[in-house]
Design a protein around this ligand. Structure first.
Ligand SMILES: Nc1ncnc2c1ncn2[C@@H]1O[C@H](COP(=O)(O)OP(=O)(O)O)[C@@H](O)[C@H]1O
Ligand SMILES: [Mg+2]
Length: 314
């Protein structure tokens, strides 16, 4: 299990992420959704301890019971990263070495983690095939720049599953791709995690994608979890005004005629100018005096959690 408890991440005097508590069990598909700048990537990077050094971390992050911030860098590299938790980023180019053939890069990851890999080439080719890469033998010998964005992301997925991790964190893995490729990559990821019972932490700014791939979701805004629950419940009956706004941005494909896409007015505050009280209050139509003064605690409503003084009633 991935267990994040009361996580806060600061940059000097500025808070990037605060009081984040989140779990992902093996076999579960969990989302983090929120606009750009909400702290999603920073939260994800904290799970594998890949945060830049100038950021300070408080709270606990455990993976299968091990406190990530108490294990050595060597153990992290040998036993945790790739082997227990692998991460797929938005931009595969930055994660792939431009100077090495992709087959060699996958093999390096396998050889590093498995003491006596037999027939590592065959294993690599079978991973490329699992990632539904056509002509796997030819692509094995390709350099990253010879592949399209979608293919590079498939290579990242092949790498991510190479050491049979318990968990995959996918941070906006399709944001840079066209709609058709996006769909294909999402289906692939979905099939692979279902087949191997992998836990998935899927990050996106787009609630529509989150609703397609996850069972449970955390809505993040300005470094805080604003709401969480089963994805279907949250979609049907959002409790936080912010969640409601995010869902209103999902384009409706059904129906006739052209419809103007509603946008959520305003933007996520910069870490240097976070408002007092509830960070969403300047954009919230329900905001009252207390919202400007006090940060709401997370409260339970039925099976759901929300951080709001005036949750939306259905
Ligand atoms: N290395 C860093 N140092 C300082 N601040 C950062 C760093 N990376 C991100 N931030 C800030 O932290 C906030 C959250 O960033 P991020 O986690 O990337 O958001 P998201 O992934 O939701 O778009 C942003 O305001 C961003 O400017
Ligand atoms: Mg991000």
């Amino acid at each position: 299990m991935i267990e994040i408890k009361n996580l806060s991440i600061t940059y000097g005097e500025h808070t990037i992420v605060d009081d984040v508590t989140l779990t992902v069990k093996k076999g579960e598909k969990v989302g983090i959704v929120g606009e750009s700048g909400s702290g999603k990537s920073i939260t994800a990077l904290s799970v594998v301890k890949l945060l830049p050094e100038h950021l300070k971390v408080n709270g606990t992050v455990k993976v299968n019971g091990r406190n990530i911030y108490a294990v050595s860098e060597k153990e992290l590299n040998k036993k945790i990263r790739w082997k227990t938790v692998s991460v797929i980023f938005q931009d595969p180019s930055s994660a792939l070495n431009p100077l090495l053939k992709i087959g060699v890069q996958i093999e390096e990851a396998i050889v590093y983690h498995e003491s006596r890999p037999s027939s590592v080439r065959e294993k690599t080719i079978s991973l490329l095939k699992k990632a539904a890469i056509a002509d796997a033998e030819i692509k094995y010998n390709s350099y990253p720049h010879q592949l399209s964005g979608g293919l590079k992301q498939r290579v990242m997925i092949a790498m991510a599953i190479a050491c049979n991790p318990d968990f995959i964190i996918a941070d906006e893995p399709t944001t840079a791709l066209d709609k058709k490729t996006e769909k294909e990559i999402l289906n692939l990821l979905n099939d692979l995690v279902n087949r191997q019972n992998t836990g998935l932490l899927f990050i996106s700014h787009d609630f529509e994608i989150i609703s397609e791939i996850t069972d449970r979701v955390y809505v993040m805004y300005a470094g805080y979890i604003m709401e969480s629950g089963k994805t279907a419940d949250v979609l049907k009956n959002p409790l936080h005004p912010y969640t409601k706004g995010l869902i209103a941005c999902i384009p409706k494909v059904k129906g006739t005629g052209k419809r103007k896409l509603p946008v959520l007015p305003g933007h996520v505050p910069d870490i240097k100018s976070r408002p007092s009280g509830c960070p969403f209050h300047p954009r919230c139509e329900r905001a009252d005096n207390i919202c400007r003064k006090k940060l709401p605690e997370i409260t339970n409503i039925n099976d759901r959690e929300v951080r709001c003084f005036f949750p939306v009633q259905s």
